[in-house]
Design a protein around this ligand. Sequence first.
Ligand SMILES: Nc1nc2c(c(=O)[nH]1)N[C@H]1C(S)=C(S)[C@@H](COP(=O)(O)O)O[C@H]1N2
Ligand SMILES: [Mo]
Length: 197
Amino acid sequence: MVLSSGPDGFTAGTPLETLTDPDRYALLAVGMNGEPLPAEHGFPARLIVPGLYGYVSATKWVTRLEVTRFADAEGYWTPRGWSELGPIKTASRIDTPRSGANASGDTIAIAGVAWAQHTGIDRVEVQVDGGEWQQATLASAISDDTWVQWTLAWPSSPGRHTARVRATDRSGYTQTAATAPPAPNGATGWDSVEFTV
Ligand SMILES: Nc1nc2c(c(=O)[nH]1)N[C@H]1C(S)=C(S)[C@@H](COP(=O)(O)O)O[C@H]1N2
Ligand SMILES: [Mo]
């Protein structure tokens, strides 16, 4: 693995084969949106590895890259209760309406983002008030490594409502309803919002 270090004591252990995968485009990034990296995002250089959570890959203000082994070194979060490997889990999120919002209109756009880094999103489904799962419309994603926006035009009715979302990726995997906290290797479960029309 490669142990990358930052000046703040942060380290990340990243599999060497992931960093050298020609199809993966791991980056030592020096810019963002056509500008030098902002300081808070790692100026002058930071790692970006598609498909891996930041805690095992995205070292900012990189000062050192050491080729070693998982048996001989560990990343900052490993002895603090997080898994050694951190592949990103397929995820989706409702951004609008916000939880607790008052929405109005005959049709309400329920919308958000989903991603399955390096696999791609196949479909996103939304369920309102425990009814049928309805397929959302996907925008075109910039790549399989980026968030894809989704939206569902929902014919509204007055009252309180709950909407939830789940994504299926192109490997055929549908997000599990079982909830897990972020530690040790990424949250699971379906995002939901409650709103009033
Ligand atoms: N040097 C350094 N790099 C770091 C961290 C850190 O604490 N120090 N945190 C990591 C974690 S856990 C994440 S999620 C990303 C966040 O990157 P961002 O601030 O550009 O969103 O940085 C990663 N790189
Ligand atoms: Mo993180």
